[in-house]
Design a protein around this ligand. Structure first.
Ligand code: ZN
Length: 321
């Protein structure tokens, strides 16, 4: 068992506190998707219940508790996530009945005499009444329980819940650490830079990008923006093409490419889209922000072509400078 390298310091601190019996009653592990928050929660839960922890704080993987965890049947570990509805489809929120059942379980003593661990993931998908029910449990901590909330969007949790949890932030690792991690996870060296660019530096999302057609879509967006910039393709043609096929993903890639362009201008004075000079960076920053706003707006019932056309008209073409 292990956690990504960028969690090394966090793990060390949590493992030390666990060893001292001083783990907080409630933790909120938060940060962007793709950074390994779930690995951290899983490892912490296993370590808390393991009967023969390793010296580095991780679970041994072989004791009775570890075997039960692996089988998904440890009586003192509760994983709360989307349950299946009566029609067999998963719910889109965590509901009060789940939290009530959890509270009831935590109010009893642990079956193995050690800690009881509950992992709520994704915690920000608890509905209003589920949050209220959890709040009561957080306000009246029982001895020997650890509640771990995992969230990509902690701001969506009520402040009353956040304030009762010790926050553990997933850090965005540096470039060298991300590259090393991707290589260790089997990403071909030739793809590493592009994958990290497509994922705005997030290694987990970069790894995912190498497993689907994200990098090909990114390349298409790069080509479209180049053609738009040198006047060989109109904003209308690009807007129509993007609106017809995965407009949100395309805007994500466009924004990521603009970020790369800004970095290239800052370091080399010249970018892939033919822009030169650092004075272009504010224009790119404005376009990056507009692309992200448009991506959000695409979730509402707006005409995608018009939105994209507006954005693409504002593309900082090298001809206009
Ligand atoms: Zn063990």
């Amino acid at each position: 068992m292990s956690v990504p390298d960028w969690f090394a310091a966090t793990w060390q601190s949590l493992a030390t506190r666990l060893e001292r019996g001083a783990l907080p009653h409630a933790l909120l592990i938060c940060g962007d998707a793709g950074l390994g928050k779930r690995d951290l929660a899983k490892n912490l839960g296993a370590a808390a219940l393991c009967e023969r922890r390793r010296t580095d704080g991780f679970a041994c993987g072989v004791c009775r508790a570890c075997r039960l965890i692996a089988a998904g049947s440890h009586p003192d570990l509760v994983n709360i996530t989307f349950e299946l509805r009566d029609d067999g489809k998963p719910r889109s929120e965590i509901v009060i009945e789940q939290i009530r059942a959890l509270s009831q379980r935590l109010s009893l003593s642990s079956q193995f005499g050690g800690l009881q661990v509950a992992v709520i993931d994704p915690a920000d998908k608890m509905n209003h009444s589920a949050c209220n029910a959890l709040l009561k449990t957080l306000e009246e901590p029982t001895a020997s329980t650890v509640i771990v909330l995992v969230s990509d969007h902690p701001a969506r949790l009520p402040a009353t819940i956040r304030s009762r949890c010790q926050r553990v932030e997933a850090p965005l690792p540096g470039l060298a650490q991300s590259k090393a991690w991707l290589l260790a996870n089997g990403v071909p060296p030739a793809l590493v830079d592009d994958a990290l660019g497509a994922a705005l530096g997030n290694p987990g999302l970069a790894l995912r990008a190498t497993g689907d057609d994200s990098l090909a879509l990114r390349e298409q967006c790069r080509t479209d923006l180049c053609l738009l910039g040198n006047g060989r393709r109109s904003a209308l043609a690009v807007a129509e093409a993007w609106a017809a096929d995965r407009p949100q993903q395309r805007l994500w890639h466009a924004a990521a490419l603009v970020r790369d362009e800004s970095l290239a201008l800052a370091s080399a004075g010249r970018g892939a889209f033919g822009l030169t000079g650092t004075h272009e960076i504010p224009k790119l920053a404005a376009w990056f922000a507009a692309a992200n706003r448009s991506r959000e707006l695409l979730q509402s019932p707006v005409r995608a072509e018009l939105l994209l056309l507006d954005l693409l008209h504002a593309w900082p073409s090298p001809r206009s400078t």
